[in-house]
Design a protein around this ligand. Structure first.
Ligand code: ATP
Ligand code: PRP
Length: 211
């Protein structure tokens, strides 16, 4: 039997991902050691391999077949636009992709004026405004602390993740429009889905039972 390889997302989603896998009996104790610099972990008994990667890299590993299965946020799946199967909503990591800004930016969203949109998600932002048949927007790519942009005058609005709403509140910003709900998803390589159908289907069933 060949090894089934899992690409898991580092950071916020990691602990919940490992906890969920553990509920189905998929364990990898070594992976919990936060001080370890080891990159790949093997469970010989289950014939499975696991590694943690930056979110945007997870769909890349899965599309190329370097990982059979990935666990990653829906935002990253949409942004990366890779060829893969999204097979399951895992429920955790729930948040929303939103257009946010100061209340004063609301009329701009309904006008024909060109607006600047700062975001870590340029493809999601572009698609959203294109589908809304909105006026052309200028997308400004940032890598973090996106809420700063309208405060310092870099953009009129932002497209970003909202979870509790605290970051917006503490910076005098509001949700102006909702783009889509988000959560962690399981994704599968298109060839692996055929070649390893039995093992992957069994895994999906087991995950369904514990979610
Ligand atoms: N409040 C939140 N903010 C950001 N992402 C969230 C939030 N809640 C859940 N998520 C999910 O967690 C993933 C982001 O995880 P994390 O915050 O570790 O990465 P990141 O901040 O984008 O990475 P980095 O720190 O490398 O820039 C998102 O892709 C999203 O699906
Ligand atoms: O609604 P909230 O619960 O406040 O969560 C949303 C905030 O969390 C994320 O930022 P993150 O902490 O990842 O930092 P970053 O902006 O540097 O990416 C996101 O980009 C928002 O800024």
């Amino acid at each position: 039997m060949r090894y089934l390889t899992f690409a898991l997302t580092k950071g916020r989603l990691a602990d919940k991902t490992l906890a969920l896998l553990e509920k189905t009996g998929i364990t990898c104790e070594e992976m919990k050691d936060k001080d370890s610099r080891k990159l790949i972990f093997v469970n010989e008994e289950l014939k499975m391999r696991f590694f943690l990667a930056k979110g945007p890299d997870v769909p890349t590993y899965v599309e190329y077949g370097a990982a059979d299965i990935g666990i990653v946020g829906k935002d990253t799946i949409l942004e990366e636009g890779r060829k893969l199967y999204e097979v399951m909503d895992l429920g955790f990591g729930a948040c929303r992709m939103c257009v946010c800004g100061p209340e004063s930016a609301k009329p701009l969203l309904a006008s024909n004026q060109l607006i600047r949109v700062a975001t870590k998600y340029p493809n999601i932002a572009k698609d959203y405004f294109y589908n809304k048949k909105h006026q052309t927007v200028e997308i400004i790519k940032l890598n973090g602390s996106i809420e700063l942009a309208p405060i310092v005058g870099l953009s009129e609005v932002i497209v970003d993740i909202v979870e509790t709403g605290s970051t917006l509140r503490e910076n005098g910003l509001k949700v102006l429009e909702e783009v889509c709900p988000l959560s962690a998803r399981m994704v599968v390589n298109q060839v692996s889905m055929k070649m390893e159908n039995e093992r992957i289907s069994k895994l999906i069933e087991e995950l369904r039972e514990v979610i």
